[in-house]
Design a protein around this ligand. Sequence first.
Ligand code: ZN
Length: 251
Amino acid sequence: MQSSREIRCLKVGEIKLWKAELTYGVDFDVRVTAPIFVYLIRSGRELTLVDAGFRPNRAARINNSARGTLQLLQSALRRLSVEPDDIRNLVLTHLHTDHSAFIGKFKRARLFVQSKEVEFARNPLPTQAPFYDSDILETLEKSDAELIDGDKKLSDGIRLIHTPGHTPGSQSVSVKLDKSEFVICGDTIPMYHNWYPSRRRFGTAVALPRIPPAIHSDLNEWFRSCQKLDDVSGTMIPSHDPLLEDGAAFR
Ligand SMILES: [Zn+2]
């Protein structure tokens, strides 16, 4: 039977960055306006949301360009006639504040996060502390979130893949569509350039197998996660690439 699965990429905020924050050591002098997305997966009548929007915290507000509100998230969903209560599964690629701000608004959703991510959010590396918010962690700890250790089949055609390196509990979401497979990578792969380092159209062509994000907890783990993603015969969907358009649909 043909699947009726689709992925929609919804822009719910943005932040201006030096590109090298996303592509470690490459393109130091390039500014980018990085979009912040959530991803809605329709699988028959079941709705899964990957990530939960952005509300600039104190650290992000130092960067005046940071933009993200609950309203942006709600209106992005509403454009597809979806309300927060319609979401059945909420998957968090990780707990950085630009991926998890509004978890408390999805009251009827089952929440999925890696246990290693929760552990790290409680006691992050100093380089990563500004990206975690204690109130998000408190909301999560009060919820009955499912803490995952490793990979997990979420439902028919949707798989969670533990891809540590950006953070210890980063996970990606592979989605099988009619004719292809796509992987929502979170910040494991923030831009197409991270995955295709030699392609000039994405930035300076470099002879690396992959370009890591500058924000990382463990580069060995990150490269191993890339090998894991290589084994998925799918197309990567990055987390902050301006080439990815608001509303982009994969079917
Ligand atoms: Zn992140």
